[in-house]
Design a protein around this ligand. Structure first.
Ligand code: HEC
Ligand SMILES: [Cu+2]
Length: 354
């Protein structure tokens, strides 16, 4: 019996340890804030934790004192403690102290809430009707993400590219059902709704980005269907100069980058027949039924989850449902195995960075 209990206990600790080992990664952890917004949210959380610790310590001390001081064996069978009902001093203390603690918590919480909700700058325009802020319009789809840069007039999918040490404003929207946009290390989360647009901003710290190899992980944080847990995206955080170069490269792609190898040329033909209805291969294709594939060859993941290589790509095209159950690409085209080889060659050549 006790052996079984031990095994169970050990098992529980093992599982907890495994779960905890997922924490603390610089590209994913709320506990390692990688920007001003995340840092402020973290500080607020720690303030609440410290207050709770103080309350717990006070309560536990009083409890232990009571247990030891007023043991029946010590004070006798008929001991009657001092009666304090209606004691003004005590009542003032236990009313004022919690109010004080709540104030210490409430003032920074309300202040920060208003500060982080201040997105006025993203709606301001100059005489030419132009906005100077860094803005990204996010559209969440089952089970992929689209990122549109209205001021730069480009679109990406799955990979959010942002400049570091800059306020990046987001307009959040969902195309089908409710999702939630979350970059754990940098801030959020905020719902993406179908009926309205939610706005907020984040700041990506350049030093912290270096610790994370310039790639943060993003997640959907609202249960949205069978593949919800696989609705991941990546955030490439680069310094302002690199970001500007990337934008120029993207804007330079006016028509689909030409296929070079024979296999890729073959793939292009198949792609134009079977895939182009849902997938754009130029960076202006917004609102298509599937992710924009202009930069597909530069991704670190396929469909947000698979490691990025040709073999996995073929697996995805052959049977996407085995990878992301319930996705909206399954069953929408018919291609042979040789078509798939050619398509993979074509898609691996989709790159804009020189
Ligand atoms: C009905 C529209 C539709 C058609 C047709 C379609 N796809 Fe897709 N495709 C999607 C959707 C939706 C996704 C996103 C799936 C997900 O992640 O949930 C997707 C995802 C992908 C991805 C992963 C993209 C990424 O960002 O990592 C690749 C690659 C892809 N499709 C290739 C193809 C190829 C090749 C064809 C043609 C044989 C094709 N698709 C036809 C809708 C379509
Ligand atoms: Cu989702």
């Amino acid at each position: 019996m006790s052996k079984l209990k031990n095994t169970k206990l050990f098992g529980l600790f093992f599982v907890l340890a495994m779960a905890l080992s997922g924490c603390g990664k610089p590209y994913l952890s709320v506990l390692r804030p990688a920007g001003e917004v995340a840092q402020e949210q973290f500080n607020l959380m720690m303030l609440a934790v410290y207050i709770m610790i103080v309350v717990i310590i006070v309560v536990v001390i009083i409890f232990i004192l009571a247990v030891f001081k007023f043991r029946r064996g010590k004070v006798g069978e008929n001991f009657m403690p001092k009666q304090v009902s209606g004691n003004h001093k005590l009542e003032i203390i236990w009313t004022a102290f919690p109010i004080l603690l709540l104030l210490i918590l409430a003032i920074p919480t309300v202040t920060l809430t208003f500060k982080l909700a201040d997105t006025k700058a993203m709606d301001k325009v100059d005489e030419k009707g132009k906005n100077k802020e860094m803005i990204v319009n996010v559209t969440a789809n089952q089970y992929w993400w689209e990122f549109e840069y209205p001021n730069q007039q480009i679109v990406t999918s799955q990979d959010l590219v942002v400049p570091t040490d800059t306020k990046v404003y987001f307009r959040l929207h969902a195309a089908d059902v409710k999702h939630s946009f979350w970059i754990p290390a940098v801030g959020g989360k905020m719902d993406t709704n179908v009926d309205n647009i939610n706005k907020f901003y984040l700041i990506f710290d350049s030093k912290k980005a270096k610790d994370a190899d310039n790639v943060f992980y993003g997640k959907c944080a609202e249960l949205c269907g069978p593949s919800h847990a696989l609705m991941d995206f990546k955030v490439k955080a680069m310094d302002k100069a690199d970001f500007d170069t990337w934008v120029k490269d993207m804007q330079g792609v006016k028509k689909a980058v030409a296929a070079t190898s024979d296999s890729a040329k073959e793939g292009e033909k198949v792609f134009k027949q079977s895939c182009i209805g849902c997938h754009a291969v130029t960076p202006t294709g917004k609102g298509a039924k599937g992710p924009n594939l202009t930069t597909f060859g530069e991704r670190t993941r396929i469909a947000g989850v698979l490691e990025h290589n040709e073999e996995n790509l073929k697996k995805w095209i052959k049977d996407p449902d085995s990878i992301k159950p319930g996705n909206k690409m399954t069953g929408q085209y018919k291609v042979s195995d040789s078509d798939i080889d050619a398509l993979a060659a074509y898609l691996m050549e989709r790159k804009v960075e020189n």
